[in-house]
Design a protein around this ligand. Structure first.
Ligand code: AP5
Ligand code: MG
Length: 222
């Protein structure tokens, strides 16, 4: 089978995984696959999956593994993912990581796992100021990455909204869930020689430059 390139972005909620994955998508020509975005898309369209996911997302809990893994498997069969993908928000626990190893094994496995470091205080600031475009999903921050016109997406003029799970109490639980369930993946990927770490406390463009240099060092990317 053809080799594919898979990058898995790790980091606390608000670390900038979505922001960086979107930039990588444009630069590398492989799609961002964000499980959170797929759940939100389903919720917007009131599908069964969206309604199920909402009950977990609103509390900051993980959606059941079986549902999430099947959804990623399906997404990877689509035409735009035939050369690989940048995974954002998946895998999120050891069960998902082991399943993803099996899924990617025929294509040469995961290429690299960049871990974006920021503090919990910074995560709170970033998440509570985040605004997302209702139509295209572009991500802004009221202070750190503001749109040209308040409340309006630069790309398509869509309305910017605050995610339901971006309220302080839910964010604290998302951080707790991250430390309990997702942070063991740091050791898991370190042991496989796939982990690289970067400082997320810099401007978006600088984090992207760091990321591109790390990818270029480890794997042949343009
Ligand atoms: P998900 O949508 O994945 O949310 P998350 O992991 O909590 O991560 P965020 O999207 O909050 O942060 P991010 O790292 O993408 O940061 P961003 O780039 O937006 O998941 C939501 C929910 O869905 C989960 O809680 C769970 O219920 C469910 N779910 C999803 N995946 C699942 C899975 N695999 N299994 C089970 N359940 C799952 O940036 C944040 C803000 O900071 C933005 O405003 C941005 O503009 C700003 N910013 C970014 N970079 C910088 C920078 N360098 N400097 C200043 N500001 C910056
Ligand atoms: Mg995100």
């Amino acid at each position: 089978m053809n080799r594919r390139t898979f990058f898995v972005l790790l980091g606390v909620p608000g670390a900038g995984k979505g922001t960086q994955a979107k930039l990588l998508e444009d630069r590398l020509g492989i799609p961002q696959i964000s499980t959170g975005d797929i759940f939100r898309y389903n919720l917007k369209n009131a599908t069964e999956l969206g309604i199920l996911a909402k009950s977990f997302m609103d509390k900051g809990e993980l959606v059941p593994d079986e549902v999430t893994i099947r959804m990623v498997e399906d997404r990877l069969t689509q035409a735009d993912a035939q050369a690989g993908a940048v995974l954002d928000g998946f895998p999120r626990n050891l069960v998902q990581a082991q399943a993803f190893d099996k899924i990617t094994e025929p294509y040469g496995g995961i290429s690299l796992v960049p871990l974006i470091h920021i503090s919990d205080e910074e995560a709170m600031l970033r998440i509570t100021g985040r605004r997302v475009c209702r139509t295209c999903g572009a991500v802004y921050h009221v202070e750190f990455n503001p749109p040209k016109q308040e409340g309006v997406c630069d790309l398509d003029g869509g309305e910017l909204y605050q995610r339901n799970d971006d309220l302080p109490d839910t964010v604290r639980n998302r951080l707790y869930v991250y430390y309990k369930q997702t942070s063991p993946l740091i050791g898991y990927y370190f042991a496989k020689g796939l982990l690289v770490e970067l400082d997320g406390n810099q401007a978006i463009e600088q984090v992207q430059d760091q990321l591109m240099s790390l990818l270029a060092m480890k794997v042949a990317v343009a």
